[in-house]
Design a protein around this ligand. Sequence first.
Ligand code: IPD
Ligand code: CA
Length: 265
Amino acid sequence: MDPARLASLSQAAQAAAQSAGQIALDFFSKREELAIEKKGPQDLVSRADREVEEYLVKTLAVEDRSFGFLAEETHPLPDDLSNPMWIIDPIDGTTNFLRGLPAWCISIALWEEGRTVLGVIYDPVGKELFTAVRGQGAFVGARRMRCSHTTSLTEAVVAIGRSRRVPDEAILRALDRLTTEGAAFRKMGSAALASTYVAAGRVDAYLEMHLNAWDMAAVACLIEEAGGKVNTGFDEAVLKDGGPFLAAAPDLFGPLLALSGISGI
Ligand code: IPD
Ligand code: CA
């Protein structure tokens, strides 16, 4: 897509994310009134996720009626992938959100031909807006973002995630190896926000053995534009079923990929 058109779509996604953030914050401030539903083990949803998603879909659809949508709560993968597609996670970190913990965010990506061409992550509690457009750099607010220059796992802080979607053996094995190497861990409860911090150089890597496409689509663009590496593209199989996710500062990507036992592209 033309760079100027991409930059203008990014502006639209940023405005939509910030307005959606206000809707989400209103729900967050009265979260005890929300009825919580279970989608699966340790997998929750409420009206807040659905209303934020509905707002984002309605707002972004106006930009180009030919674009598709893949969104966590209400928009499964379209059959026709020949057009660009918005990939949305309305609230990533729903469990944190429903418990009043601050680490959750809104994630919007634009996908075209197997990769994400722009990414927007908005943290409504911290009021931080993280953005990237393919080929145009990654930013937090107006400030350029860069992944860390950490070269050794002994110095590294690695954020991790875990869900009940896959068995725990692989992540426990990786944690064991990371501990042996002397790395420190963080677990934040929002894969999208924690891996955005890789792009911002606040942590050195993010590792989870399964994520859905909407958790990782926007951050993949942010991380690559910040000079980091990710293990996945977004072909039809990943869009449909998700997969493992490793995002890392450039010098740590190789060692972490080997240590984690997951495959790269
Ligand atoms: C979850 C969070 C969590 C990660 C899970 C995701 P949700 O997304 O990102 O940190 O470990 O794999 O499913 O359900 O809060 O949108
Ligand atoms: Ca999510």
